[in-house]
Design a protein around this ligand. Structure first.
Ligand code: FES
Length: 154
């Protein structure tokens, strides 16, 4: 009576299974590293947007904002801008409403431009081109003597 030898690639007898314990551990470590890297990239690309209740108003001296001028600042954790025209003073978050990239104010064109997907907003924050679904977030503006106050007091 002769025994038939098991094939060498049989999962119970093979010396080299499809995935060794070492390979499994390496795969797990690689997946954890990729997850961590993904979170890091996400936080870099899409800075957190803090709600209005957590953000303190920002004051800008009127002398630093001549008619036709603008000033960028940080509102909460997000970039923002205040623009002074002969008619009004307006302020906006510079976070694109599409996927959260930072938009750029193009003074010569009187437009906001988002380089991520070519989104464009007019000087009032309204969408004029590209994929953004809604206007830029408008921030409350008040003037008090020689100061511009941006954002609402909580
Ligand atoms: S993130 Fe601004 S257009 Fe897509």
């Amino acid at each position: 009576m002769s025994e038939t030898p098991a094939p060498s690639n049989h999962p119970l007898t093979s010396t080299s299974p499809l995935v060794t314990r070492r390979q499994f551990i390496k795969l797990g470590i690689a997946m954890l590293g990729a997850s961590w890297l993904g979170l890091l990239v996400q936080s870099w690309l899409f800075p957190s947007q803090t709600s209005a209740q957590e953000v303190k108003p920002v004051e800008v001296p009127l002398s630093e904002l001549p008619v036709g001028g603008f000033k960028t600042f940080t509102y909460g954790a997000a970039p923002a801008i205040v623009i002074r025209t002969p008619e009004s003073i307006r302020a906006f978050s510079l976070i694109c409403t599409h996927l959260g990239c930072t938009v750029q104010w193009q003074e010569g064109k009187k437009e906001f431009y988002c380089p991520c997907h070519d989104g464009r907003f007019d000087e009032f924050g309204e969408v004029i081109a590209g994929p953004p679904p809604v206007p830029l977030e408008s921030l409350a503006v008040q003037t008090n003597n020689d100061r511009v106050i941006i954002g609402e007091a909580s």
